[in-house]
Design a protein around this ligand. Structure first.
Ligand code: ZN
Ligand code: ZN
Length: 349
């Protein structure tokens, strides 16, 4: 082990500590993804469990700020400051730098540095290509804070294009039926559309009204999604043989009555668990996730070079145990309130 003199000066917990409002940097007077209203919040991404309304000041990427504004209204924070990937700000002697997390549009990892010690709070992340957001950037650090949504060896997401091929095959086999694909409104829905376009599907794709604003925002940021129509305006016969993207909750809703012989699909990392798909009445489970799978999590942790790992929302125990077997110091961070919007939780809006 190499001698790191800063260890004498500062412990990671002196830079970031867990408080009732979430991760707090006392030295820099800010919180990261706080779960309660605070003076100064640095936000990794716009999913509602990480990005809440009511903070005095918010620092985040432009996309995260715009998405928060779309969802919460103009006055979601007292003041806002946009930061670009690769850009740093000094906050009372602490430096914070934002790096792409590859999770959804605008998602960032936040590197916090003081006295030569670097802690990376990665928020939610995935290390696979996604046509709707900037790719995950590996940031070497001393302490890496990782999510653990799919941190069990059974979770291996595989190639999303193979899942898209399953969907397109089903559409070709059942040309009289409407395919409804449940997908979380922010991130997953737009990625699904982009993946369908990548696969060469160029028919109009129908949207549930709940996804319209966010999807249009993605387009305004240069994400190409092809022809989109609202399912609301379509007649039943025209929906035969089409694909409609909707929030997962809409799959078991009266809303589906407007579709001819609807066939339910659901795009989520949880669809790896067949019993879960069956339970939810999903005929066509699609394993597509915006979170790193077991291999992605462990490979990323190893690649950061961090000697210490803090594990949040999900299967903390398995990942903490894995770190131990690799000689890494690890501990769970029990942050209450994470994982209730995207794949991290069951719910959606
Ligand atoms: Zn998220
Ligand atoms: Zn999360």
């Amino acid at each position: 082990m190499t001698f790191r003199p800063y260890l004498l000066l500062m412990h990671p917990e002196d830079i970031l500590a867990l408080t009732p409002a979430g991760l707090c940097c006392k030295l820099g007077s800010f919180h990261i993804d706080p779960t309660r209203a605070v003076e100064r919040a640095l936000i990794t991404h716009a999913h509602s469990d990480h990005a809440r309304a009511g903070h005095r000041a918010v620092l985040a990427t432009r996309e995260t700020l715009d998405l928060m504004r779309l969802r919460y209204g103009e006055n979601f924070a007292g003041s806002t400051q946009a930061i670009r990937y690769g850009e740093s700000v000094k906050l009372d002697g602490v430096t914070a730098t934002f790096h792409p997390a590859g999770h959804i549009l605008g998602s960032a990892q936040i590197a916090v540095e003081a006295e030569g010690l670097r802690i990376v709070a990665s928020g939610d992340y995935k290390n696979v290509a996604d046509p709707t957001c900037a790719p995950f950037e590996l940031v070497p650090c001393d302490v890496f804070i990782t999510e653990a949504t799919f941190a069990l060896p059974v979770f291996r997401h595989g190639d999303p294009s193979a899942e898209i091929a399953k969907l397109l095959y089903s559409v070709s086999v059942f040309p009289d039926r409407a395919h409804l694909v449940g997908a979380y409104s922010l991130g997953k829905a737009q990625r699904l559309i982009a993946l369908l376009r990548q696969a060469g599907y160029d028919s109009p794709i129908y949207l549930h009204g709940a996804m319209e604003k966010i999807t249009r925002y993605y387009e305004s940021r240069g994400v190409v999604l092809g022809e989109l129509r609202l399912a609301r305006g379509a007649t039943k016969p025209t929906l035969a043989g089409t694909i409609t993207i909707c929030p997962p909750s809409a799959l078991n809703d009266l809303w589906t009555r407007r579709f001819p012989e609807p066939l339910n699909a659901f795009a989520s990392g949880w669809m790896r668990v067949r019993a879960r798909a069956r339970q939810q009445g999903v005929a066509l489970p699609l394993v597509i996730s915006d979170h790193a799978d077991w291999d992605g999590l462990t490979a990323t942790i190893a690649a950061t070079g961090a000697g210490e790992i803090w594990v949040t929302h999900g299967q903390e125990d398995a990942l903490v145990h894995w770190c131990g077997t690799r000689g890494l110091k690890a501990r769970p961070l029990d942050i209450v309130g994470y994982g209730d919007e995207d794949d991290g939780g069951e719910a959606d809006e």
